[in-house]
Design a protein around this ligand. Sequence first.
Ligand code: MG
Length: 344
Amino acid sequence: MQKKISNRISELGEFGLISRIAAGVAPAEGVITGIGDDAAVTALTAGMQLLTSTDMLLEEVHFRRTWHDPFRLGRKSLAVSISDIAAMGGIPRWALLSLALPADLPLDYLDSFTHGFLAMAAEHGVALIGGDTCASRSGLIISVTIMAEQFPERIIRRSTARPGDDIWVTGTLGDAALGLSLLEKKLPIPPGEGRGEGAFDSLVNRLLDPTPRTAAGITLAESGLISGMIDISDGLLADFGHIAEMSGVGGRLELDALPVSAAFRSLAGSLADFPQHCLLSGGEDYELAFTAPEANREKIAVLMKNSGIPVTPVGIVTSSPDVTVVLSDGSCWQPQPPGFNHFT
Ligand SMILES: [Mg+2]
């Protein structure tokens, strides 16, 4: 069947479309043959292993075109994949981008999306080496596959946390979830705040244009100081829960220790109920949660301070399999069920 994309995009045809995307791609280290042949050819660094991860972003499931401008959507499409690589300490190298495009999508939308995607790629040392395009009858569909490399002994998994380890997080939590709640008007926008305001825009930008923690992931992996790691895409409770499950351990998280941004504090503080659920279960911050022996606490603090990466200890790994939260009054809360479920 002949592919029919849209009047404007179809003027280019599929090969014109690919050329348009490929025009922004610069030659890159390790790429022997890039876009244009039947398959890409890349060269791994000697002694390193290949890490591969793939993600789909579906319109109305993962993003809304009415909120998400194409430039930041392009950036985020790659950022979420880079975040999975950061979570294992990998060095991101190459990406494949596949797009199913609705008939009414303007060409300048595609151009802006591509600029965003390639800007994120350049910031994290990623080269676009191929992909696919086709027509979509139901919204914009984006699929990104990322490849990375790392020496085998430096790759950090979810399955290697040990009882007694500290639980750490990078950056701040809950910003993207609070941004989403405000955009969706599930939480009232406090008087004097709104689009164009500093705190509001800062939270919404965490949602629409997340920054993957590439440098933090590599620095921690190369330090040899940590035991397990994951990126926080579905909320700290759910994502630490994956470490706990895979490692056969549990954890105790201190609510008051969770790091909060100034924007979060200023907006959340003016709401009637402080949105603690955003800190514990809010998705899409794309920070890292990692575990490390207590004996390494000081070394980690110094290393990350010298690297300019904010990190905070937020709890402890336990031998009992439950994940509990110590609330401000010292009482324990056992959440059930944690995090975001894609199928509800
Ligand atoms: Mg992940």
